[in-house]
Design a protein. Structure first.
Length: 294
């Protein structure tokens, strides 16, 4: 890792903005990647509530190359950018900003990162019923990516913000033609949807550090025909994943999506091929699992 004396006037800045950000592995993963390739970049995290002001600050700093965007700004940041990739404008959510000569361009890496994680785990989505929990920025990206590219038989969207949930479902149906329905995340509805599903993707912050003993899904609702993906990556094994593993179910850790999306971000900011193995290694070590099989 570079020392503070290596940072100078030409150093490019990348940063995470969101609230909360204290749990994030993004500084560790990106600074390790910059060091691996000997790039004059540094990455920091900022707790931000006023996303408009943060974007204005980015515009004012010539060396500010890129942003990672997390909860709760993945949707609201779009109106403050100059360009958004067409697919991500349709999704209505971005998690990556590139400062291209003062012009701020938005991209989404969550959806592609999730698709790769599922493919790498050998989970087939085509023709399957999928339940997605949540309706925020990450849920939007994952749901749209699955609807547009993975050809599920049906998407069941469950969340707690009803207007947001209904709007997301309407947009998916209108823009992708996929079969999608939604309902409030309530015990009886969750039980019914999971009973019909072969894949569950959890996209809410529940279970994230420090609330590591929480889970939206009671263990009794998990069944042998269900694969479970949790996009929460800290802790590495959420209660939801631990419950699923105890039943012998196929599980996909949020680390895989996190590393995949970070690789995409790194390559957008630097134009270099990301050192994927090193990036994954630093996340596992920070989570206390450096000895795990890669």
């Amino acid at each position: 890792m570079r020392s503070i004396t290596d940072i100078g006037p030409s150093t490019k800045l990348c940063a995470l903005i969101g609230n909360p950000v204290g749990h994030s592995m993004s500084p560790a993963i990106h600074n390790r990647a910059f060091a691996e390739l000997g790039l004059d970049f540094v990455y920091v995290a900022f707790r931000v509530e006023d996303v408009r002001a943060a974007v204005t600050g980015m515009r004012a700093l010539e060396n500010f190359r890129g942003l990672s965007v997390t909860i709760p700004h993945k949707v609201s940041i779009i109106r403050h950018l100059d360009e958004v990739a067409e697919v991500d404008r349709q999704i209505g959510s971005v998690n990556t900003v590139v400062n291209d000569g003062g012009r701020l361009k938005g991209f989404g890496s969550d959806g592609p990162g999730a698709l790769k994680a599922l493919a790498d785990a050998g989970v087939r989505v085509a023709g399957k019923n999928v339940t997605i929990l949540g309706s925020g920025g990450a849920a939007r990206a994952v749901a749209f990516s699955l609807a547009a590219k993975a050809k599920p038989a049906a998407l069941f969207l469950l969340g707690v913000v009803e207007p947001e949930l209904r709007a997301l479902t309407r947009e998916i149906v209108r823009k992708t033609g996929a079969r999608a329905t939604c309902a409030l995340l309530e015990p009886r509805t969750l039980e019914a949807r999971l009973a019909e599903s072969q894949l569950l993707i959890h996209c809410t912050p529940v279970g994230m550090h420090p609330q590591t003993r929480a889970s939206v899904v009671p263990k009794a609702l998990l069944h042998r025909d269900l694969a479970v993906m949790d996009i929460v990556y800290n802790p590495l094994k959420t209660k939801l994943l631990a419950d699923a593993e105890a039943l012998g179910l196929k599980t996909i850790s949020g680390v895989e999506m996190f590393v995949n999306q970070a690789v995409i971000q790194f390559e957008l900011w630097t134009g270099k091929k990301a050192p994927r193995a090193a990036m994954r290694d630093v996340v596992l070590k920070h989570l206390g699992t450096g000895a795990r099989k890669r």
